[in-house]
Design a protein around this ligand. Structure first.
Ligand code: AVJ
Length: 322
């Protein structure tokens, strides 16, 4: 006799997260990390080139101008780990400055194998560099990097682009405190933070004239339609960018133009939207100096140096683990 066990199809984490977020009793929300599929990542690259979005160019200018100064302040030899690899364009300045002093191990930590492969192609020509990427969640990858280093090697963690601003509420501080636990005293963190600035500069940065950010946001619905068999009608959801004065964050929402029902076939559920109801898809916190001081203190770092771009209030912060 033969017994056959047919297991139920395992719901993907993506499906679970989407249903949890849309099923919230109050404000519906979706995790911002899901904005970055292949199309979303390409659209984000375009956003970085838009005149309204000064953030990325500001950080690039800081690293281009001050890379050797930053590297001069690091204890050496140093092993570099980067959380979220980006394109490598900004990181190159730092790695080139470092490689004038030492041969450098560089460990990008990133969930997308495609991004890791592109990054390797972008940076492999740097003199005296060894690139070993980790396809892991940020802190899991960092733990592996920390475990691999030999005695006397310090760790420099790069967390650029104000990605820290996407954690809302107290989550950013909690994340940095957990990150600190993986480090030894004297290790360093280079943290990019977009600073508070007038709302009339922020709104266009997240609601540009060409509609690229709107496409970036609405692509999340396209992705849910494609990957989970949902029936979001793209013409009935509009992009919204608002500044939340209470939390000092830019927020992206997707606003339902009408009362409607949306079905997610692969999850076997549907969700109702009121006319004007929104799905909150991202927050980007904008920092004050007091906020940064408190963040460093509460997560166990000493602020060593800070560089601020002259054109767009963006700060590169060098913090040392206490
Ligand atoms: C890459 C997360 C820093 O929050 O400014 C750009 C993403 N969202 N336009 C940001 C984003 C809308 C960006 N980060």
């Amino acid at each position: 006799m033969e017994t056959q066990i047919i297991s139920a199809p395992r719901a993907s984490q993506f499906a679970l997260d989407i249903c949890a977020g849309l099923g919230e009793p109050g404000q519906k929300e979706l995790p911002s990390k899901y904005l970055y599929d292949a199309v979303g990542s390409a659209l984000f690259e375009v956003i970085c080139a838009l005149p309204e979005y000064g953030l990325t160019r500001a950080e690039e200018r800081i690293l281009q101008l001050h890379a050797s100064e930053i590297v001069d302040q690091l204890p050496r030899p140093v092993v570099v780990a980067e959380l979220g690899s980006g394109t490598g364009r900004k990181t190159r300045f730092l790695l080139e400055a470092l490689s004038r002093w030492q041969s450098t191990w560089y460990h990008p930590i990133e969930l997308s194998p495609t991004a890791l492969a592109l990054l390797r192609r972008e940076l492999h020509d740097i003199h005296c560099i060894s690139i070993v990427g980790f396809e892991r969640e940020y802190l899991d990858g960092l733990r592996e990097v920390a475990a691999r280093r030999v005695k006397g090697e310090h760790l420099l963690v790069l967390f650029l682009g104000s990605t820290i601003g996407n954690f809302d509420g107290s989550a950013g501080g909690e994340f940095l405190a957990r990150l600190r636990q993986i480090l030894r005293p004297g290790d360093s963190l280079l943290l990019g933070t977009d600073m508070l600035k007038p709302v009339d500069a922020l709104i266009p940065a997240y609601d540009d004239a060409l509609g690229v950010t709107a496409a970036f946001n609405r692509n999340l619905l396209v992705r849910i339609n494609r990957e989970l068999g949902a029936d979001f009608d793209l013409t009935q959801f509009e992009h919204q960018a608002i500044f939340n004065h209470r939390t000092h964050s830019m927020e992206m929402h997707l606003r339902s133009r009408i009362a409607q029902q949306v079905t997610i076939a692969d999850a076997g559920t549907s969700f109702h939207f009121e006319k004007g109801e929104t799905i909150w898809t991202e927050s980007s916190h904008k920092y004050s100096q007091e906020g940064l001081r408190e963040l460093a203190r509460s997560s166990g770092f000493r602020r060593q140096s800070q560089w601020i771009d002259a054109e767009w209030a963006f700060a590169e912060n060098l913090w040392i683990a206490e």
